[in-house]
Design a protein around this ligand. Structure first.
Ligand SMILES: NC(=O)c1ccc[n+]([C@@H]2O[C@H](COP(=O)([O-])OP(=O)(O)OC[C@H]3O[C@@H](n4cnc5c(N)ncnc54)[C@H](O)[C@@H]3O)[C@@H](O)[C@H]2O)c1
Ligand SMILES: [Zn+2]
Length: 379
């Protein structure tokens, strides 16, 4: 793949049906090489960039410059950073802006940013001119290991998060690991949880590798970071290839998310608790509940808690700063979650590290009792 001059990158294929397969490229320096890589892999297309102001300040110039040089630049739409950008208003503005840029059916939308930009730009790409191609250039760890791969797009509504959206697979994903150097530490740690999640779902050897190499990953050692991202993307790609539209196995990716989403919603999607932090607590709760059900040893639960705590992440509800939630509040929120059907939560539990499964067999009363004890610190 390398010419000898360029740094190498890893290629992880995402195998889907009827011409929708694509590659995820992972390595250093990919943003600067994006115009050349897009041309080699997709063709001579014009590109419209969507990004947020934090990312634009740090990473836009080389991409814009490269596209202009090749005469492939349509324009850049810069949005305010943050979850509030995943709104109908922002989507409408973006779609109109793309049309004003002159975006045509054969052109590309480039999503340069974290999951917020990827979800919003992906949604716009799926509806403008009834769908144009999309290149994801994720700049957060969360987006590199999770949201840029798999084709889910979406925005939020007053009724809840991600309730409006489409499935629209990208044509290419360029994960430039050097872009992560400017990411705030808390955001990096939060994204790390989603990487560790793949080990906990189905890859015990990867989790053991992370236990040995967490320090190198945290220090953003290039080899360790690229391995972490590539292994995570392979884990996600395998599950997405089996269940693209989330009718079964893809729900495994929600390990820690039923509890995590409830905690995030309770905290008002604020800086008080980032998504990955909520998922870290949620994963520890899923492991704790699995232990109470006799599915997993205390040793495995302790390994997971120690791993997250060692990475500077919260592992218990009591770790959230300020007053904690009431058990009833959390259950009420879980009842509104789209993963709850007929009042029974769909839970992802574990039979061991790397052995997660989906169940609707645990009664709400049992979950309520478990959460009450955890919130009150009794177990
Ligand atoms: N589509 C999916 O499958 C999927 C999966 C998981 C999460 N998501 C969505 O992803 C979103 C969260 O994504 P996120 O955690 O990347 O958040 P984000 O996009 O809000 O980015 C986090 C913060 O980091 C900043 N930032 C991004 N890259 C940076 C960089 N390289 N240097 C400095 N600052 C940078 C952003 O401006 C923002 O302030 C949520 O909306 C969630 O619903 C989607
Ligand atoms: Zn998540």
């Amino acid at each position: 793949m390398s010419t000898g001059r360029e740094p190498t990158f890893e290629v992880v294929p995402v195998a889907l049906g009827s011409g929708r397969s694509y590659d995820v490229l992972i390595g250093p320096g990919l943003l600067g090489r994006a115009p050349e890589l897009i041309e080699a892999r997709i063709g001579s297309t014009r590109c419209a960039i969507v990004t947020d102001s934090n990312v634009a300040a740090r990473h836009l110039a080389p991409l814009e410059g490269g596209l202009k040089q090749k005469g492939r630049y349509l324009g850049t739409h810069i949005l305010p950073p943050g979850e509030a950008t995943k709104s109908f208003t922002a989507l409408a503005d973006l779609c109109e802006r793309l049309l004003r840029m002159g975006l045509e059916r054969g052109d590309l939308v480039v999503a340069l940013g974290g999951g917020v930009i990827g979800d919003l730009a992906g949604f716009a790409a799926s509806i403008v001119r009834r769908g144009v191609r999309l290149v994801q250039m994720p700049t957060t760890l969360l987006a590199q290991v999770d949201s840029s791969v798999g084709g889910k797009t979406g925005i939020n509504s007053p009724q809840g998060k991600n309730l409006l959206g489409t499935f629209h697979q990208p044509s290419l994903v360029l994960a430039d690991i050097e872009a992560l150097a400017t990411l705030p530490l808390r955001e990096f740690r939060s994204g790390y949880v989603e990487a560790a999640k793949y080990g906990l779902i189905a890859d015990a050897a990867f989790f053991a590798w992370l236990e040995r190499n967490r320090a190198a990953v945290s220090a953003q050692d290039g080899v360790a970071l690229a391995h972490t991202i590539a292994t995570s993307v392979k884990g996600k790609a395998e599950i997405v290839a089996r269940d693209e539209k989330e009718t079964g196995d893809r729900m495994l990716l929600n390990l820690g998310h039923t509890f995590g989403h409830a905690l995030e919603a309770w905290a008002g999607y604020s800086d008080r608790l980032l998504h990955g932090e909520a998922v870290a607590i949620g994963i520890c709760l899923a492991f704790g509940l699995s232990q109470e059900l006799g599915l997993i040893s205390a040793h495995d639960v302790a390994r997971v808690e120690a791993h997250f705590a060692g990475a500077g992440l919260p592992t218990r509800i009591a770790d959230i700063p300020g007053a904690g939630p009431q058990p009833a509040e959390l259950l009420e929120i879980m009842g509104q979650d789209k993963k709850v059907r007929d009042g029974r939560p769909t839970l992802i539990l574990v039979r061991g590290i790397g052995n997660a499964f989906i169940t609707r067999d645990v009664a709400s009363a049992m979950v309520q009792d478990f959460l009450s004890r955890r919130i009150e610190g009794r177990t």
